[in-house]
Design a protein around this ligand. Structure first.
Ligand code: ADP
Ligand code: MG
Length: 343
């Protein structure tokens, strides 16, 4: 039967997007300036993430994939001010339980040698060996859900859509991450490895967007720069007052939006990417505000939106769902009202 570990892992890693999200965030947390994501057969066969970050220290080999082992959280108070993406130590342990998983890591630039780490299903270190490798970390996730037949079949059935979603997520990471080079490739069973998209190590999100969506996209974009001062008349929600004494006073919104286009011909891709403190996240209510405002211009096309909302880390909760994909803005109503007024 299924172990408790397997079941819990299946709540952290629910699909292809969770795998890629966890691995890319680990690479960013490790200070990587180059991240390569390689899919085989749309990710059905394997997903590999290679970074040039700080690598894993040998003294952590035993514990990296153990549940709730993390190198990122030292005190409980850190939860409030956390700047890194990870903090629960669940991703690697879950991937051990759900895939054919190994890691190759090296800390030193000059060493042609890296360590390959193989784990048991439980996350316990099984075996280490010296292999060729470069500075940084390579994480290999093979045959995702191979030991959960129903999930695996579901993944096989929906893989095209899942792969599309995962590319959307990678677009978001590649656009928001300045000075980080992204390369995404896919290799189909009989085909060659094909580069899906790549960015250079750009100093601005504008250049990242040009790399991902084409330079032509830029001509249709205008900068988005708003300072949202929360009006005291915009009452905080019940939930907010109940939870905390302090509410957010200021939210900085920065990014790029398409100019309203009238008539025929779309100049920008139909894409909307939202971030809270540079963390990609779905904000459907906020997307609705943008779409509604554009409708008032009598524009039929929904706008291209790339918007990062900077606010106090105590203003939201990333901890509400195990996969950390849902962000709960405590003061969402006030934010929506103020945003609508300022657009
Ligand atoms: P978390 O990110 O919450 O700490 P994970 O299970 O994602 O938990 O990772 C466990 C630990 O493995 C991290 O705390 C980190 O020390 C190490 N690690 C994982 N991925 C990488 C990476 N790409 N580069 C360096 N260290 C990594
Ligand atoms: Mg992590």
């Amino acid at each position: 039967g299924r172990s408790v570990h397997q079941i819990q892992s299946g709540q952290v890693i629910v699909d292809l997007c969770s795998v890629v999200k966890e691995l890319v965030e680990n690479s960013l947390d490790a200070g990587a300036t180059s991240i390569e994501v390689r899919f085989k057969n749309n990710g059905l066969e394997s997903i590999e993430v290679q970074d040039n970050g700080q690598g894993i220290a040998p003294e952590n080999f035993e514990t990296v994939a153990l549940k709730h082992h993390t190198s990122k959280l030292s005190t409980y108070d850190d939860l409030e001010t956390l700047q890194t993406f990870g903090f629960r130590g669940e991703a690697l342990s879950s991937l051990c339980a759900l895939s054919e998983f190994h890691v190759i890591t090296a800390r030193a630039q000059d060493a042609p040698k890296a360590s390959r780490l193989d784990f048991e299903v439980s996350g316990k270190l099984k075996h280490t060996s010296i292999v060729a490798g470069q500075k940084g970390t390579l994480v290999v996730v093979g045959n995702l859900f191979h030991n959960l037949p129903v999930r695996r079949r579901e993944l096989e059935k929906t893989i095209k859509r899942e792969y599309g979603k995962v590319l959307g997520l990678l677009h978001a990471y590649a656009c928001i991450s300045v000075n980080v080079k992204f390369t995404v490739s896919n290799q189909m069973a009989k085909g060659r490895k094909a580069i899906v998209f790549s960015t250079k190590s750009n100093p601005s999100t504008r250049e990242n967007i040009a790399n991902v969506f084409g330079a032509k996209t830029l001509t249709a974009l205008v900068p988005l720069n708003l300072t949202l001062e929360m009006q005291p008349t915009n009452r905080p929600s019940q939930k907010w007052t109940a939870r905390k004494g302090k509410r957010i006073e200021e939210v900085l919104v920065s990014g790029h939006v398409s100019r309203p286009v009238f008539g025929e011909g779309r100049q920008t891709p139909d894409r909307q990417m939202f971030f809270v403190n540079s963390r990609p996240c779905g904000l459907p209510q906020i997307a609705k505000v943008f779409n509604e405002v554009y409708k008032t211009f009598n524009v039929t096309q929904s706008p291209f939106v790339f918007a990062d909302f900077r606010m106090d880390t105590s203003a939201y909760d990333v901890n509400v769902s195990p996969d950390k994909r849902t962000i709960l803005l405590h003061d969402q109503n006030a934010l929506l009202e103020t945003l609508k007024e300022s657009l």
